[in-house]
Design a binder for this molecule. Structure first.
Ligand code: TMP
Ligand code: ASP
Length: 236
């Protein structure tokens, strides 16, 4: 049974109420759904990439909702209540922070910048601070601190992974959820839809900016990214 239909994924129930099936689709939206298009195989690519990256994150000691990938475009995951606060980690200036703070795209931060956004399509995911999240009951201070700590550790894991593939991790967005016991898990997805990934040599985008700003074919960029991930290292 369909439990929830998001923009790029659908969540289905299973016989076990503590487990859900998440299907990645080919739909792509940008600017909060203003721009829409379908890209062949995007669901499969994102499902494979998210499965791989969540595996790495899990291996680094941060628990995720992922149980296993099933078929080409689906994952079995622990069912969580999503905390409606998105964590964005930025290593290099791009996107909304450039507009908000007048920064030059490509400016390298001395240390990763952590930003929080309220997960609300109606409000276009506004930037928030701790007090908003706590006073409006979206998360506790303990949860926010845990989300920041986990996100920074995930940044270390992902930066190292992408660098080995010749890719700079510019920024990315994470969502967390809680299971009934109160334990927090990384949830949602870790994909090029929710990250900025630049070729170290050329600066080319391997992410959804290709679609947002119409500078190339998204399917081609994602195919190249998948090939980059799966190809043998140069020294083997
Ligand atoms: P921003 O520069 O638009 O704030 O985006 C920062 C990062 O977060 C970027 O990698 C894309 C990702 N992101 C999402 O995954 N979903 C969203 O709704 C938004 C606004 C950004
Ligand atoms: N994730 C949002 C959307 O799907 C915003 C974006 O990615 O630009 O519209």
């Amino acid at each position: 049974m369909l439990l929830y239909e998001g923009k790029a994924k659908s969540v289905f129930s299973t016989k076990d109420p503590s487990i859900v099936r998440i299907r990645f689709n080919d739909k792509t939206t940008a600017f909060n759904g203003l721009k829409k298009e379908n890209f062949k195989n995007k669901g499969m690519t994102n499902c494979v990439i998210s499965t791989l990256l969540m595996g790495l994150i899990e291996h680094a000691g941060i628990e995720t909702h992922l149980i296993q990938m099933v078929g080409d475009t689906e994952q079995l995951c622990h069912s969580v209540d999503i905390i409606p606060v998105e964590v964005v980690i930025r290593n290099i200036a791009a996107g909304s922070i450039c507009r908000r703070l007048g920064l030059v795209k490509g400016y390298k931060f001395n240390r990763p910048i952590v930003e929080l956004f309220y997960k609300s399509d109606d409000l276009n995911d506004p930037l928030i601070n701790d007090q908003h999240a706590i006073d409006f009951g979206w998360a506790t201070l303990e949860q926010l601190d845990m989300m920041r700590r986990k996100s920074l550790k995930i940044n270390d894991v992902l930066q190292a992974f992408w660098l080995k593939k010749g890719i700079t991790l510019v920024d990315f967005k994470l969502e967390f959820g809680v299971v009934p016991s109160g334990k927090m898990l990384l949830a949602d997805e870790v994909t090029p839809d929710g990250s900025r990934l630049w070729d170290v040599e050329t600066g080319d985008n391997f992410d959804k900016d290709v679609f947002r700003y119409g500078n190339g074919e998204l399917s081609e960029a994602y195919d190249k990214l998948l090939r980059r991930i799966t190809e043998l290292p140069q020294n083997l």
